[in-house]
Design a protein around this ligand. Structure first.
Ligand SMILES: Cc1cc2nc3c(=O)[nH]c(=O)nc-3n(C[C@H](O)[C@H](O)[C@H](O)COP(=O)(O)OP(=O)(O)OC[C@H]3O[C@@H](n4cnc5c(N)ncnc54)[C@H](O)[C@@H]3O)c2cc1C
Ligand code: SF4
Length: 486
């Protein structure tokens, strides 16, 4: 156990953010570099090493949180890193981006602010990279079996790393020009600088994983041809079909899906453009959708110099405290102030867009909305609340409906879908086609990075068993697991 009195002697302290006016002038991560390490030993000492550590259950990866809290408290960074990597291939991604269901489940959270688990995680992994403790793990012998992974998001990368380390020869196929999936082109630089992906990819290349970018399976290479070339296939193609808003005026210029808008800003940071082809500069921006994708649009628009930013959400504003229906240790739906929200803009709840209005050149100028309320369990417009707000750039961030059906991948493999439209799989993450597995958002539906990594690890075990008859790889979850997330 860390310090038996740690939680009595120290309050919760989290990473410090750079002042808003400073960070809006650049795209770097919002946190003050190096501000965590001086406080992290004390923060880790607050862990009570619970007999039943509920944080384990909260984390889809089953992270060994009390063990690495103890090592972090003792500043034994090498041992902490070893324990962290025992369950998580990419703690630098989750340590920056995870909503931390482990903290919602922390026992200390019953009557005190919980342990800063996510900050401890990111401190351990950043230190490990600095001290050279993250080295390639090259397999001792090769199995002679080959695996193709489709998609290079967190699920595909986790599956590929596990299978490569098990001795299989793995090639990752990615339709985009760079590896990383939503980590690369969805999540903005200010939430996670892309250098963190690049150095992981270097480690994976050194271990033997091969990457083939700019190839879309289904379009550029038939799924059936891919299957003939490899002993097994893992589909980790994400849930990239975005939900649309079919209201009058949707066809006007200036209305984009969030995933048409965000990648261009990330491409500026990669050096592909000087300025983004779609920019918020000088415009009144409206973001439709109150979730994380919407928040990423808000932060991006502010950095591009928007005249104003308004985020609309159809549901009522969430509460500040847990409700009876969301008791500890579940992950509650609470009102969140993300770093992007600290930077400005207005959030409007319980509103629905009725139509868009444009100018004579077909550019969107106004968004018409109405307030809504629940009547008999149905969201219903409130008469007399119609109004319009200026909107010269609109981004739609209303979620994703499933994996891409247009490129032929699903049909060429002959894959069955489940009742939610995701690729169906059995307990081993195998689809209805023998030797074809599925992991991440493609099988689970739109979710989180931590689930994608857990799925990639679990599908790797299923694939390894298919190839060799047995497996020593861990499988942290089953396809149906929802853990403590509500
Ligand atoms: C804007 C945004 C912000 C987010 N922020 C967070 C966050 O802060 N924290 C969090 O936990 N989660 C966040 N999420 C969710 C998280 O990013 C996803 O749940 C996660 O990336 C899913 O991982 P994946 O590997 O299954 O799929 P993806 O990351 O979507 O990767 C799938 C990859 O497959 C490729 N692909 C698809 N079809 C083919 C094909 N036929 N051939 C070749 N390649 C193909 C795609 O180009 C893509 O690169 C966010 C999502 C979005 C959209
Ligand atoms: S639940 Fe909280 S206090 Fe208990 S072991 Fe996990 S992190 Fe430590």
């Amino acid at each position: 156990m860390a310090d038996p009195k740690g939680f009595l002697n120290h309050g919760r302290e989290v990473a410090k953010s750079r002042p808003v006016d400073v960070r809006l002038k650049d795209w770097n991560e919002v946190y003050v570099p190096g501000s965590l390490l001086p406080i992290i030993s004390k923060q880790a000492s607050r862990c009570m090493d619970c007999g039943i550590p509920f944080c384990h259950n909260g984390c889809p990866l089953g992270n060994l949180i009390p063990e690495w809290n103890d090592y972090a408290y003792r500043e034994d960074w090498a041992a902490a890193s070893e324990r962290l990597h025992a369950t998580n291939n990419f703690p630098e991604f989750t340590g920056r981006l995870c909503p931390a269901p482990c903290e919602a489940a922390c026992v200390l959270g019953i009557n005190q602010p919980p342990v800063t688990i996510k900050n401890v995680e990111v401190s351990i992994i950043d230190k490990a990279w600095d001290t050279g403790d993250v080295a390639p793990q090259i397999p001792e012998r090769l199995s002679g079996k080959t695996v193709a992974v489709i998609g290079s998001g967190p699920a595909g990368l986790a599956a590929a790393q596990q299978l490569t380390r098990a001795g299989h020869t793995v090639a990752v196929y990615e339709r985009a020009d760079r590896v990383g999936g939503l980590l690369r082109y969805g999540i903005p630089e200010f939430k996670m600088e892309k250098r963190h992906i690049n150095r992981r990819i270097e480690q994976m290349r050194a271990e033997g994983t091969r990457f083939r970018t700019g190839i879309e399976i289904g379009r550029d290479l038939k799924a059936t041809d891919l299957k003939k070339r490899y002993d097994a296939v893992v589909i980790a193609a994400g849930a990239t079909t975005a939900r649309d808003l079919p209201v009058p005026g949707r066809e006007l210029k200036g209305i984009y899906q969030a995933m048409e808008y965000l990648p261009l800003a990330n491409k500026v940071q990669e050096g592909d453009y000087v300025t983004a082809p779609i920019t918020a500069e000088g415009k009144h921006v409206v973001v439709i959708g109150g979730g994380d994708t919407g928040a990423d649009c808000v932060g991006t628009a502010h950095r591009q110099g928007a005249a104003s930013v308004t985020q609309l959400e159809i549901m009522p504003r969430p509460g500040d405290e847990r409700t009876a229906g969301q008791p500890w240790p579940t992950f509650p739906m609470l009102y969140k102030v993300t770093s992007a929200h600290e930077e400005g803009g207005e959030r409007v709840y319980s509103v629905s867009t009725t139509h868009f209005e444009g100018d004579e050149d077909g550019n969107v100028q106004w968004l018409h909305l109405t307030e809504v309320e629940f009547i008999d369990g149905k969201l219903t417009p409130k008469p007399g609340t119609e109004r319009k707000i200026p909107a010269q750039l609109v981004t739609l961030a209303m979620g994703f409906t499933g994996t891409d059906r247009e490129n032929g991948l699903v049909d060429q493999f002959g894959l069955e879908l489940d009742e939610r439209g995701n690729i169906a799989r059995d307990a081993d993450f195998q689809t209805n086609v023998p030797g074809v597995f599925v992991a991440g958002d493609a099988g689970r539906g739109q979710s989180l990075i931590v689930w994608a990594i857990a799925e990639g690890r679990s599908a790797a075990r299923g694939t390894d068993r298919f190839l060799t008859g047995t497996s020593d790889l861990p499988a942290p979850i089953r396809p149906t697991d929802r853990a403590l997330m509500v």
